[in-house]
Design a protein around this ligand. Structure first.
Ligand code: SF4
Length: 466
């Protein structure tokens, strides 16, 4: 990924308070409510989360062993494995396969890792047509946008937006009826599945002992992508392994519940090698691209725990920052708390130095994370790196120095609290909508809550004596 040309703050300022963000906020709240219900109905959730965390951290800690085992197992069942150091190598491999097969059309199921490597643009430059087949990704592709959420890519659009988009791009009568919109997309896509030369998928998990990849979807497009075309290419981040099918079972228990509150996704596909003699369907060729793209640098470092992430999206849905700015404010397809850790860890922190600050450190993300990733700790580790590099917000150094003066001198501290209380008493409502001078940057997009009318120390003396 190249260094972004705009900063997080600039992009967030554009997004905040727009209809798009209101749609994202509503969608995130809905998914959070569904998750809560799904978790409440499953008493074993807590112990499963502990088990899942153990499995993922163990796998990440022994990744070299499991990668070797996985690659051998894929080849043993007739698949081909390619280790790609970066996006160029991964795209180069896909382009070679496409060229050898004289491919003109590729269908693709939802995959964040192919978004990460910019696969569509690379293949389109060779004249190959790519069609996204996940409904959300299909809409995003038609609108020439990028996903705003890792699980629900089109969370930023209303059904009216989609109706207008389909009418404009697919030349169909306007409708905002979800069933009709689904039907239009299905009719369009079905023909592409049948004509496609190659199907490209991601992999929610790879199973080291069997060489299988597992895809979870709610639409069935993953199943068609991996079986209808003659060639199937799966692109998988190198950290997405689990050791055994039993471990995969643990992941499946928690993934859909955390993502959308379902016991399981409607389709859970486990693909092991290409079609064998006697199989009624399946591809003749099965390729797995195992992508590094910065991951091996993260291993063993201060943020390596983020490699345990299973991309459920739950931390995005509860994040007060994500819900105010949407996924489009972030510099990559990975957004919200997990993106704020993953993107500066995988790619340059330079250009992404504001992302670790895109959090209130409230800890809501840890509460919902199915593998209990300590995201606030990882964000603090990244903030430390930003400060050491001298790239922190300019005002932050002066603000922290002023705080240090007040916090280490009792008199100065009491004076600061008393002046805060004076402001608090002056503003009756307890909130200020607009501050003058540089403080206006704060109130541009939110109100400022005034300090308590009576400092805590005064209250304590009044109620409890000295
Ligand atoms: S960090 Fe945790 S909650 Fe967030 S996407 Fe990853 S697994 Fe899900």
């Amino acid at each position: 990924m190249s260094t972004p040309v705009t900063t997080f703050v600039e992009r967030a300022s554009r997004e905040v308070n727009t209809p798009k963000v209101r749609a994202v906020d509503a969608g995130a709240r809905l998914l959070t409510a569904k998750r809560l219900k799904g978790v409440e109905e499953y008493p074993a959730m807590d112990s499963m989360r502990d088990r899942a965390r153990e499995i993922r951290l163990h796998t990440v800690a022994h990744l070299d062993t499991y990668l070797e085992q996985f690659a051998e197992a894929v080849e043993a069942v007739g698949g081909k494995v390619f280790f790609a150091r970066d996006a160029d190598e991964a795209n180069g491999y896909i382009r070679r396969v496409a060229r050898d097969a004289s491919a003109e059309l590729i269908v693709k199921s939802k995959s964040m890792v192919t978004e990460e490597i910019g696969m569509n643009a690379a293949l389109e430059a060779d004249g190959v047509q790519i069609v996204e087949t996940d409904l959300g990704e299909f809409i995003v592709q038609l609108a020439n946008e990028r996903p705003s959420h890792i699980v629900a890519p089109v969370m930023h659009k209303t059904r009216q937006d989609v109706g207008e988009l389909f009418a404009r791009e697919l030349d169909v009568p306007y409708t905002e009826d979800p069933a009709e919109l689904n039907k239009i997309a299905r009719q369009y896509l079905r023909q592409r599945f049948l004509r496609a030369d190659i199907g490209v998928s991601g992999a929610n998990f790879g199973v080291a002992s069997t060489g299988s990849i597992c895809l979870v979807t709610n639409e069935g497009n993953g199943r068609l992508t991996t079986t209808a075309p003659r060639i199937h290419i799966a692109v998988m981040g190198m950290e997405r392994l689990v050791p055994t099918p039993g471990d995969l079972g643990v992941m499946l228990e928690i993934l859909a519940r955390s993502a959308v509150g379902q016991r399981l996704t409607v389709y859970t596909n486990v693909v092991t090698g290409p079609r064998r003699p006697g199989d009624p369907d399946g591809p003749d060729e099965f390729h797995v691209i195992i992508l590094d793209n910065g991951r091996s640098q993260v291993l063993g470092g201060s943020t390596s725990e983020i490699l345990a992430c299973i991309r459920c999206g739950a931390c995005l849905n509860v994040c007060p920052v994500y819900r105010e700015v949407s996924g489009h404010a972030y510099s990559d397809v990975y957004s919200g708390p997990m993106g704020a850790v993953l993107v500066p860890s995988l790619f340059n922190i330079e250009g992404n130095e504001q992302l670790p600050y895109a959090s209130t450190l409230c800890g809501a993300c840890v509460d919902v994370c199915p593998v209990r990733i300590e995201i606030p700790d990882l964000l603090l580790a990244l903030r430390q790196r930003v400060v050491e590099d001298g790239d922190a917000f300019r005002w932050l150094g002066s603000a922290m120095s002023a705080y240090k003066v007040a916090a280490t001198r009792p008199r100065a501290w009491r004076a600061a609290l008393s002046s805060g209380a004076l402001f608090g008493r002056a503003v009756r409502s307890g909130w200020v909508g607009r501050l003058p001078g540089p403080g206006g940057a704060w109130t541009d997009s939110r109100d400022l809550q005034m300090p308590a009318k009576e400092p805590f120390h005064d209250w304590w003396r009044r109620n409890r004596g000295s």
